[in-house]
Design a protein around this ligand. Structure first.
Ligand code: AMP
Length: 397
């Protein structure tokens, strides 16, 4: 069975066509800068060279059409026609309490996902556009929704309740949900596998540091806490999201700047994080690191504030689990940014963990970073949400 996995973000779209029998990736690619100037589709057929197709992508529908064209192209395609795509698996960010596991997409499911839009304003609408575009182009192909929130459903009440009047949980289901669940699940399972151990015997902290970022505590195979909350805004400082802050700041800014709550929400989601902290240098850690090297003090402060927040969460999750065996870095920054890992590593000594500077000079590879004999194993485990979604899709189809 060939499964097309779509991971539709706010300005990017990753895809993989996976043969589920062999788990081989037949082709993969990435649409970058959707909705912006200079958009490009980078398509790599298995065993072939990467093709870069520069084409305007004003929206995700256009991006998906380009992906389908690339997959069926006479030269760099990997299937003859759409008939060879048996199922589509979609990464969906927010399932609220409606979805505790993956599900086949029906009209009812689409409506239920739409009801969660306001909880993940950067992502759920883009996810839905992805589903609808696929429905249009391949109406008879079964589709599955795999939710970022599902893995975190094992959190105990003490971890998911907020210190708010309980009636808000009862009436509106205001609680911590957590996101990147597919990644936290995959990475914690893979970390154990790399170490030749059973995940059920380990206390693992997964640091998913991408443009969106979250940390989870996976205690004996089950998620017991995670840093994102009702929405992906809580927790770590991210590319453009603020992460944790004093809730009273919102009213303070509203009064000072004469802004509505929607406008503030937009600032907290799109103009904050390292982008805002650095005075607008960039949300991309490569740019921030370069700016820091050029002496930009705000870029340096942004990276230090970011790393400090990660380190504090690691400490709190070690406390939550009464110990930690493994700390795994993953996603764009976690896998690739040696400087951020090093900055976080400076805070880990008390746990009996370290990051070896020589081992740390690596990008995107499964690597053990800690020194031989360290109490805690620190490692890079590249995430593979697409493979996890393909497995779920096959299971349901
Ligand atoms: P993700 O959301 O997991 O795709 O991560 C995207 C982010 O990873 C980018 O915005 C960058 O900040 C970061 N990133 C990607 N490649 C690198 C790299 N080589 N060095 C540092 N950061 C990187």
């Amino acid at each position: 069975m060939n499964v097309l996995v779509i991971n539709c973000g706010s300005s990017s779209l990753k895809y993989q066509l996976i043969n589920s029998d062999t788990e081989a990736v037949l082709a993969k690619g990435l649409c970058e800068r959707i909705g912006a100037a200079g958009s490009v589709l980078k398509h790599t057929p298995a065993g072939g060279d990467k093709v870069e197709i520069e084409s305007p992508m004003p929206n995700h529908t256009q991006a998906i059409q380009l992906v389908i064209n690339a997959l069926t192209d006479a030269n760099h395609g990997v299937v003859k026609s759409l008939d060879e795509i048996d199922a589509v698996g979609h990464r969906i960010v927010h399932g609220g309490e409606k979805f505790a596991s993956s599900t086949i997409i029906t009209d009812e499911v689409l409506a239920a996902i739409e009801e969660c839009n306001d909880l993940a304003p950067l992502h759920n609408p883009a996810n839905l556009i992805g589903i609808n575009a696929c429905k249009e182009i391949m109406p008879n192909v079964p589709m599955v929704a795999v939710f970022d929130t599902a893995f975190h459903q094992t959190m105990p009440e003490k971890a998911y309740l907020y210190g708010l009047p309980y009636e808000y949980y009862e009436k509106y289901k205001i609680r911590r949900y957590g996101f990147h669940g597919t990644s936290h699940d995959f990475v914690s399972a893979r970390a154990a596998q790399i170490l030749g151990k059973d995940r059920k015997d380990l206390k693992i902290i997964v640091c998913h540091l991408g443009n969106g970022a979250s940390i989870s505590a996976v205690d004996h195979g089950k998620c017991v806490d995670t840093s994102m909350g009702l929405t992906p805004l809580e927790g770590l400082i991210m590319g453009t999201r603020s992460g944790d802050l004093d809730p009273a700041i919102i009213e303070f800014i509203a009064n000072k700047e004469n802004l509505s709550s929607a406008e503030i929400n937009n600032i907290l989601n799109k103009k904050s994080g390292v982008f805002g902290l650095s005075g607008g240098v960039s949300s991309d850690f490569r740019d921030l690191s370069n700016a820091m090297d050029e002496g930009n003090a705000l870029a340096k402060a942004a990276l230090e504030t970011y790393s400090y927040r990660v380190a504090k969460y690691i400490g709190s999750y070690a406390a939550a689990m009464n110990g930690v065996d493994v700390i795994a870095f993953t996603a764009g920054i976690g896998e690739n940014d040696a400087r951020v890992r090093e900055m976080v590593g400076q805070y880990l000594g008390y746990l009996g963990a370290s990051i070896d500077p020589v081992k740390n000079k690596v990008r995107g590879e499964e690597t053990i970073l800690s020194a031989e004999g360290d109490k805690v194993t620190v490692m890079i485990v590249p995430t593979n949400e697409e493979l996890a979604i393909a497995r779920e899709t096959v299971r349901l189809v």
